[in-house]
Design a binder for this molecule. Structure first.
Ligand SMILES: [Mn+2]
Length: 293
């Protein structure tokens, strides 16, 4: 009897040891994967783009623009550790529970390729691509952020935002933005057939861009830029650990270096200029233009 009990105890102990061994092996292989991912990212740059407005009706050749964006993504694939998409990437997008809008095939495929190649993707929603929920997030294994966030990349702490959620904004704009992000409003909107909402949303988006003269648009953008610099200054006073501010939204490509504070960077747009920002491994920012003509 005693011998039998001893055998059982020994068998159980053996089983426990085997389980522990298996757990250690799994942990080891997880660490190896993590390590190899980190090694693959070492020595690579961080890229930022915004305001591609893909699919916008007012673009002369939306498909050509999408192809150009794909050529850009190809060009950074082997050199990018991270890619930040700071909003208004798609001119209109609404993810329903069971279906998603048509279009953007090449672009989304290219993002999937980058993601599979190990490039870390982060998408901050803008005022045109608010309704990005779990579909693209899961399909592209990316992080989706709503509103301004501090991120750390290349050893730098950076505040990123599309630019529509910070600084002084008109009350009407703040109210519209609140509705856009409100779960009840989203549920009500999603319950209307896209046959009705799609033309209204895309028509509104295009009207916003084409109803004002380019001079007027430029004035509005310059005002918005100075409000964003003011916001950054105030934010930096409360959070001195921030080392840069990066915004989209205003369609101006510029690096501001105000006195006694970190740089404030505006990413520009891809309707005509095709600008993007690179943060290299030395921690230097540079604004560049893709296929500049
Ligand atoms: Mn915007």
């Amino acid at each position: 009897m005693l011998l039998q009990a001893k055998v059982i105890v020994l068998k159980t102990k053996n089983l426990q040891l085997k389980t522990k061994n298996l757990q250690l092996k799994t942990k080891n292989s997880q660490l190896k994967t993590k390590n190899s991912k980190l090694n693959a990212l070492a020595g690579k740059n961080t890229y930022f783009i915004s305001d591609l407005h893909l699919g916008a009706k007012y673009m002369a050749d939306p498909l050509e623009r999408e192809r150009r964006v794909c050529r850009f993504l190809d060009s950074i694939r082997d050199d990018a550790a991270e890619l930040y998409l700071l909003g208004d990437i798609l001119d209109y997008w609404y993810e329903y529970k069971y279906v998603v809008p048509r279009g953007y095939i090449r672009f989304l495929g290219k993002l999937a390729e980058l993601s599979d190649a190990g490039v870390k993707l982060t998408w901050v929603t803008g005022n045109h691509d608010v309704w990005l929920f779990d579909y693209l997030r899961d399909q592209l294994s990316m992080t989706v952020l709503n509103g301004h966030t501090i991120v750390e990349t290349q050893g730098k702490r950076i505040l990123i935002s599309h630019g529509d959620d910070v600084g002084v904004q008109p009350a009407m704009y703040r109210f519209t933005r609140w509705c856009f992000y409100n779960k009840v409003c989203q549920w009500l909107y999603a319950s209307i057939h896209p046959r009705w909402t799609y033309p209204i949303a895309t028509g509104w988006s295009s009207n916003n861009r084409t109803s004002r003269s380019s001079d007027k648009q430029h004035d509005i953008a310059l005002n918005a830029a100075s409000r964003l610099v003011d916001f950054s200054r105030e934010y930096y006073a409360r959070h001195p650990e921030v080392q840069a501010f990066v915004y989209g939204h205003i369609h101006i490509a510029r690096i501001d270096r105000p006195d006694n504070m970190p740089p404030v960077i505006f990413l520009g747009e891809w309707i005509s200029a095709c600008s993007y920002l690179v943060l290299d491994t030395a921690g230097e920012f540079s604004l560049r233009y893709f296929e500049k003509q």
